[in-house]
Write a protein that binds this ligand. Structure first.
Ligand SMILES: C[S@@+](CC[C@H](N)C(=O)[O-])C[C@H]1O[C@@H](n2cnc3c(N)ncnc32)[C@H](O)[C@@H]1O
Length: 255
Protein backbone atom coordinates (compact mmCIF):
# COMPACT_ATOMS: atom_id res chain seq x y z
CA UNK A 1 0.00 0.00 0.00
CA UNK A 2 1.13 3.61 -0.41
CA UNK A 3 1.43 5.73 2.72
CA UNK A 4 0.57 9.40 3.16
CA UNK A 5 2.88 10.74 5.89
CA UNK A 6 0.80 13.93 6.29
CA UNK A 7 -2.45 12.01 6.94
CA UNK A 8 -0.71 9.54 9.25
CA UNK A 9 1.03 12.27 11.26
CA UNK A 10 -2.21 14.28 11.78
CA UNK A 11 -2.56 12.26 14.99
CA UNK A 12 1.12 12.03 15.80
CA UNK A 13 0.52 13.00 19.45
CA UNK A 14 -1.98 10.20 20.02
CA UNK A 15 0.17 7.74 18.08
CA UNK A 16 3.29 8.73 20.04
CA UNK A 17 2.07 7.77 23.49
CA UNK A 18 2.20 3.95 23.00
CA UNK A 19 5.61 4.32 21.34
CA UNK A 20 6.85 6.02 24.51
CA UNK A 21 5.20 3.45 26.76
CA UNK A 22 6.93 0.67 24.83
CA UNK A 23 10.31 2.38 24.93
CA UNK A 24 10.02 2.94 28.68
CA UNK A 25 9.81 -0.83 29.25
CA UNK A 26 12.99 -1.74 27.34
CA UNK A 27 15.74 -2.04 29.96
CA UNK A 28 18.73 -2.02 27.54
CA UNK A 29 21.40 0.25 29.07
CA UNK A 30 23.87 0.98 26.29
CA UNK A 31 22.97 -0.90 23.11
CA UNK A 32 25.30 -0.42 20.13
CA UNK A 33 22.92 -1.30 17.30
CA UNK A 34 19.28 -0.23 17.48
CA UNK A 35 16.87 -0.90 14.62
CA UNK A 36 13.46 0.72 14.22
CA UNK A 37 11.55 -1.85 12.17
CA UNK A 38 8.77 -0.17 10.19
CA UNK A 39 10.16 3.23 11.07
CA UNK A 40 7.71 5.08 8.83
CA UNK A 41 8.55 8.77 8.56
CA UNK A 42 11.32 8.39 11.13
CA UNK A 43 9.28 10.28 13.70
CA UNK A 44 10.41 8.03 16.57
CA UNK A 45 14.12 8.45 15.84
CA UNK A 46 14.54 11.49 18.15
CA UNK A 47 13.14 9.36 21.02
CA UNK A 48 15.53 6.51 20.29
CA UNK A 49 18.45 8.95 19.92
CA UNK A 50 17.61 10.63 23.24
CA UNK A 51 17.29 7.30 25.03
CA UNK A 52 20.46 5.74 23.58
CA UNK A 53 22.71 8.58 22.36
CA UNK A 54 25.66 6.27 21.71
CA UNK A 55 23.75 3.76 19.57
CA UNK A 56 23.93 3.33 15.81
CA UNK A 57 20.33 3.82 14.69
CA UNK A 58 18.89 2.27 11.56
CA UNK A 59 15.35 2.64 10.23
CA UNK A 60 13.79 -0.06 8.05
CA UNK A 61 10.60 0.53 6.09
CA UNK A 62 8.95 -0.54 2.86
CA UNK A 63 7.33 2.75 1.90
CA UNK A 64 9.25 5.15 -0.36
CA UNK A 65 6.90 7.99 0.70
CA UNK A 66 7.59 7.43 4.40
CA UNK A 67 11.32 6.98 3.83
CA UNK A 68 11.57 10.19 1.78
CA UNK A 69 10.23 12.14 4.75
CA UNK A 70 12.42 10.19 7.19
CA UNK A 71 15.60 10.94 5.20
CA UNK A 72 14.69 14.61 4.81
CA UNK A 73 13.94 15.06 8.52
CA UNK A 74 16.84 12.96 9.91
CA UNK A 75 19.83 13.30 7.56
CA UNK A 76 22.32 11.71 9.98
CA UNK A 77 20.46 8.41 10.29
CA UNK A 78 20.58 5.41 7.97
CA UNK A 79 17.24 4.40 6.47
CA UNK A 80 16.91 1.22 4.43
CA UNK A 81 14.02 0.29 2.19
CA UNK A 82 13.16 -3.36 2.82
CA UNK A 83 10.24 -5.69 3.34
CA UNK A 84 10.08 -6.47 7.04
CA UNK A 85 8.85 -9.96 6.19
CA UNK A 86 12.11 -10.76 4.41
CA UNK A 87 14.51 -8.51 6.37
CA UNK A 88 17.51 -10.02 8.19
CA UNK A 89 20.19 -7.89 9.85
CA UNK A 90 23.79 -8.38 8.70
CA UNK A 91 24.71 -8.78 12.40
CA UNK A 92 22.34 -9.49 15.31
CA UNK A 93 21.12 -6.19 16.78
CA UNK A 94 20.97 -5.13 20.42
CA UNK A 95 17.49 -3.58 20.29
CA UNK A 96 14.89 -4.40 17.67
CA UNK A 97 12.08 -1.91 18.19
CA UNK A 98 8.86 -1.99 16.17
CA UNK A 99 5.96 0.34 16.82
CA UNK A 100 2.61 0.03 15.03
CA UNK A 101 3.98 -1.99 12.13
CA UNK A 102 3.84 -5.77 12.55
CA UNK A 103 0.04 -5.94 12.34
CA UNK A 104 0.54 -5.19 8.64
CA UNK A 105 2.31 -8.53 8.21
CA UNK A 106 0.82 -12.02 8.17
CA UNK A 107 2.45 -15.20 9.43
CA UNK A 108 3.25 -14.05 12.96
CA UNK A 109 3.93 -17.66 14.04
CA UNK A 110 7.12 -17.64 11.96
CA UNK A 111 7.80 -13.88 11.92
CA UNK A 112 8.09 -13.31 15.67
CA UNK A 113 10.53 -16.16 16.47
CA UNK A 114 12.65 -15.06 13.52
CA UNK A 115 12.71 -11.46 14.76
CA UNK A 116 13.81 -12.63 18.21
CA UNK A 117 16.59 -14.60 16.52
CA UNK A 118 17.71 -11.37 14.81
CA UNK A 119 18.53 -10.00 18.26
CA UNK A 120 21.93 -10.65 19.90
CA UNK A 121 21.89 -12.80 23.07
CA UNK A 122 20.90 -10.52 25.95
CA UNK A 123 19.39 -7.99 23.52
CA UNK A 124 15.76 -6.93 23.29
CA UNK A 125 12.81 -7.26 20.92
CA UNK A 126 10.16 -4.61 21.62
CA UNK A 127 6.87 -4.58 19.72
CA UNK A 128 3.63 -2.62 19.92
CA UNK A 129 0.64 -3.40 17.71
CA UNK A 130 -2.96 -2.16 17.72
CA UNK A 131 -5.47 -4.80 18.74
CA UNK A 132 -8.83 -3.15 18.39
CA UNK A 133 -9.94 -4.74 15.15
CA UNK A 134 -13.31 -5.59 16.73
CA UNK A 135 -14.10 -1.92 17.45
CA UNK A 136 -16.57 0.01 15.23
CA UNK A 137 -13.65 2.03 13.80
CA UNK A 138 -12.40 -1.17 12.20
CA UNK A 139 -15.55 -3.29 11.80
CA UNK A 140 -16.92 -0.23 9.95
CA UNK A 141 -14.34 -0.88 7.23
CA UNK A 142 -15.65 -4.42 6.82
CA UNK A 143 -19.28 -3.27 6.88
CA UNK A 144 -18.62 -0.68 4.18
CA UNK A 145 -16.87 -3.27 2.04
CA UNK A 146 -19.61 -5.86 2.44
CA UNK A 147 -22.45 -3.45 1.66
CA UNK A 148 -21.28 -1.76 -1.51
CA UNK A 149 -20.71 -2.45 -5.21
CA UNK A 150 -16.95 -2.85 -4.51
CA UNK A 151 -17.45 -5.96 -2.36
CA UNK A 152 -16.06 -8.55 -4.80
CA UNK A 153 -12.93 -6.45 -5.40
CA UNK A 154 -12.16 -5.43 -1.83
CA UNK A 155 -13.28 -8.40 0.28
CA UNK A 156 -10.28 -10.60 -0.65
CA UNK A 157 -8.02 -7.92 0.87
CA UNK A 158 -9.72 -7.94 4.29
CA UNK A 159 -7.54 -9.46 7.00
CA UNK A 160 -9.90 -10.62 9.75
CA UNK A 161 -7.50 -10.93 12.69
CA UNK A 162 -4.09 -9.44 12.00
CA UNK A 163 -3.05 -9.61 15.66
CA UNK A 164 -3.62 -12.62 17.94
CA UNK A 165 -4.16 -12.58 21.70
CA UNK A 166 -1.33 -12.09 24.22
CA UNK A 167 -1.14 -15.82 25.03
CA UNK A 168 -0.33 -16.63 21.41
CA UNK A 169 2.80 -14.46 21.50
CA UNK A 170 3.87 -15.76 24.92
CA UNK A 171 3.68 -19.36 23.66
CA UNK A 172 5.63 -18.40 20.54
CA UNK A 173 8.47 -16.64 22.31
CA UNK A 174 8.93 -17.88 25.86
CA UNK A 175 11.22 -20.82 25.07
CA UNK A 176 13.78 -18.54 23.41
CA UNK A 177 13.39 -15.59 25.79
CA UNK A 178 15.40 -14.90 28.95
CA UNK A 179 12.70 -12.39 29.95
CA UNK A 180 9.28 -11.84 28.47
CA UNK A 181 6.70 -9.20 29.30
CA UNK A 182 3.41 -8.96 27.40
CA UNK A 183 0.55 -6.61 28.21
CA UNK A 184 -2.34 -4.68 26.72
CA UNK A 185 -3.40 -1.09 27.30
CA UNK A 186 -6.59 0.55 26.17
CA UNK A 187 -6.03 4.26 25.60
CA UNK A 188 -9.00 6.57 25.72
CA UNK A 189 -8.22 9.03 22.95
CA UNK A 190 -10.15 12.31 23.16
CA UNK A 191 -9.95 13.53 19.59
CA UNK A 192 -10.91 16.94 18.25
CA UNK A 193 -12.31 17.89 14.86
CA UNK A 194 -14.95 16.71 12.45
CA UNK A 195 -15.45 12.91 12.55
CA UNK A 196 -11.93 12.49 13.90
CA UNK A 197 -12.10 8.69 14.29
CA UNK A 198 -12.63 8.40 10.54
CA UNK A 199 -9.72 10.78 9.97
CA UNK A 200 -7.53 8.71 12.29
CA UNK A 201 -8.31 5.42 10.52
CA UNK A 202 -7.99 7.05 7.09
CA UNK A 203 -4.26 7.43 7.79
CA UNK A 204 -3.82 3.68 8.31
CA UNK A 205 -6.36 0.83 8.15
CA UNK A 206 -8.72 2.44 5.64
CA UNK A 207 -6.06 3.54 3.19
CA UNK A 208 -5.36 0.26 1.32
CA UNK A 209 -9.05 0.01 0.43
CA UNK A 210 -9.38 3.63 -0.68
CA UNK A 211 -6.27 3.14 -2.82
CA UNK A 212 -7.93 0.28 -4.69
CA UNK A 213 -10.87 2.42 -5.87
CA UNK A 214 -11.18 5.11 -8.54
CA UNK A 215 -13.47 8.12 -8.37
CA UNK A 216 -16.42 8.40 -7.93
CA UNK A 217 -16.39 5.08 -6.00
CA UNK A 218 -13.53 6.18 -3.80
CA UNK A 219 -15.49 9.15 -2.41
CA UNK A 220 -18.66 7.05 -2.09
CA UNK A 221 -16.74 4.41 -0.12
CA UNK A 222 -15.23 7.01 2.19
CA UNK A 223 -18.61 8.72 2.73
CA UNK A 224 -20.23 5.37 3.63
CA UNK A 225 -17.43 4.57 6.09
CA UNK A 226 -17.53 8.06 7.63
CA UNK A 227 -21.28 7.81 8.25
CA UNK A 228 -20.89 4.45 10.02
CA UNK A 229 -18.09 5.76 12.20
CA UNK A 230 -19.90 8.99 13.06
CA UNK A 231 -22.91 6.98 14.22
CA UNK A 232 -20.68 4.91 16.52
CA UNK A 233 -18.55 7.77 17.89
CA UNK A 234 -20.71 10.77 18.71
CA UNK A 235 -19.00 13.94 19.96
CA UNK A 236 -19.17 14.82 23.66
CA UNK A 237 -20.72 18.09 24.84
CA UNK A 238 -17.32 19.83 24.73
CA UNK A 239 -16.69 18.72 21.14
CA UNK A 240 -14.23 15.90 21.92
CA UNK A 241 -14.85 12.48 20.39
CA UNK A 242 -13.85 9.57 22.61
CA UNK A 243 -12.03 6.74 20.84
CA UNK A 244 -11.03 3.76 23.03
CA UNK A 245 -8.00 2.14 21.39
CA UNK A 246 -6.48 -1.15 22.61
CA UNK A 247 -2.85 -1.97 21.95
CA UNK A 248 -0.68 -5.05 22.59
CA UNK A 249 2.90 -4.75 23.85
CA UNK A 250 5.68 -7.36 23.80
CA UNK A 251 9.13 -6.92 25.32
CA UNK A 252 11.36 -9.99 25.01
CA UNK A 253 15.00 -10.48 25.93
CA UNK A 254 16.84 -12.97 23.75
CA UNK A 255 18.11 -15.87 25.84
C1 LIG B 1 1.57 2.82 11.05
S1 LIG B 1 3.14 3.11 10.35
C2 LIG B 1 4.17 3.18 11.80
C3 LIG B 1 5.38 4.04 11.62
C4 LIG B 1 6.23 4.25 12.89
N1 LIG B 1 6.73 3.00 13.41
C5 LIG B 1 5.41 4.97 13.95
O1 LIG B 1 5.14 4.35 14.99
O2 LIG B 1 5.04 6.13 13.74
C6 LIG B 1 3.48 1.49 9.71
C7 LIG B 1 4.72 1.44 8.85
O3 LIG B 1 4.98 0.07 8.56
C8 LIG B 1 5.49 -0.01 7.25
N2 LIG B 1 5.27 -1.37 6.77
C9 LIG B 1 4.11 -2.07 6.77
N3 LIG B 1 4.31 -3.30 6.26
C10 LIG B 1 5.61 -3.36 5.92
C11 LIG B 1 6.44 -4.38 5.36
N4 LIG B 1 5.95 -5.59 5.04
N5 LIG B 1 7.74 -4.10 5.15
C12 LIG B 1 8.26 -2.89 5.47
N6 LIG B 1 7.53 -1.90 6.02
C13 LIG B 1 6.22 -2.13 6.24
C14 LIG B 1 4.72 1.04 6.48
O4 LIG B 1 5.40 1.43 5.31
C15 LIG B 1 4.59 2.15 7.50
O5 LIG B 1 5.58 3.11 7.38
Amino acid sequence: MSWDPAQYLKFSGERLRPALDLLARVPAAAPRAVVDLGCGAGNLMPLLRERWPQARLTGIDGSPQMLAKARADHPGIEFVQADVGAWRPAQPVDVLYSNATLHWLDGHESLFPRLLESVAPGGWLAVQMPRNFGAPSHTGVRDTIENGPWRARLEPHLRPSPVAGPQFYWRLLHAKAAALEIWETEYLLALRGDNPVAEFVKGSWLKPFLDRLEEPERSAFEADYRARVLAAYQPEANGSTLFPFRRLFIVAQRG
